[in-house]
Design a protein around this ligand. Structure first.
Ligand code: DX5
Ligand code: ZN
Length: 211
């Protein structure tokens, strides 16, 4: 299983120095963008991502938890390899996917814990990533919600059956205890506090990657 490091709970005092050793071991850097409207929290925006992009070598996986993704796709495209937006946000899903593709970025769609995979079936052929939220978006450090297990399993079955090409990603509460429940179904998993709040961050990345 590949690992996407969520930098939401990293120590922002000298973030570049703190990121560098982790960048060597993880596969993706996951950028959690929050607008205080779609979720009850504010994190950072495109200028921040642009500035730390210089010290990152891995794939940038930007997760937009914002109400109006279309308005900002071009700004986020500059430093992102993937842009994932929410099914529950205010956008015409197909248009937003097209907009991301026009910017030469891979498109991802995310679903919150109360949204079913069945609600996004029509978009699956056009996506390069599907992100299943295993916590309510907004904050790091929450507990993994087991109803996400069936969702990633179904996404894998649908991909095999239909020849789709999206990566399956899961986000929230991922650690060495919860990851074994999903590792056979996902291509990558986002992990934040399990890595960033640990005294042994690199060991923890290795534990997840071994699954
Ligand atoms: C939640 C974010 C997640 C989160 C992951 O809204 O999308 O990426 O920060 O952090 P942990 O691993 O602490 O749940
Ligand atoms: Zn995220």
């Amino acid at each position: 299983m590949d690992v996407a490091l969520s930098i939401l709970t990293i120590d922002y005092n000298n973030v570049e120095k703190n990121l560098k050793p982790l960048d060597e071991y993880v596969d993706y850097i996951h950028m959690d963008v929050m607008d205080g409207v779609f979720v009850p929290n504010i994190s950072f925006g495109y200028s921040f991502i642009d500035s730390i992009k210089k010290s990152i070598t891995k794939t940038v996986d930007t997760h937009l938890m914002i109400e109006y993704p279309d308005k900002y796709i071009e700004k986020f495209a500059k430093s992102s390899d993937y842009i994932t937006f929410h099914f529950e946000a205010k956008s015409d899903i197909n248009k937003t996917i097209d907009l991301i593709h026009k910017c030469n970025v891979k498109a991802g769609l995310s679903i919150k814990p109360n949204t079913k995979v069945e609600e996004i079936l029509e978009y699956l052929p056009n996506l390069e990533m599907v992100l299943v939220m295993s916590v309510e978006p907004g904050f790091g450090g929450q507990s993994f919600m087991p109803n996400s297990i069936e969702k990633v399993k179904l996404l894998k079955e649908l991909r095999e059956k239909n020849g789709y090409h999206y990566l399956i990603n899961i986000d929230g509460g991922i650690n060495d205890k919860t990851a074994p429940f999903i590792s056979e179904y996902v291509d990558l998993a986002v992990s934040g506090s399990y890595i960033c709040n640990s005294a042994t961050p690199i060991e923890n990345v290795k534990k997840l990657k071994a699954l």
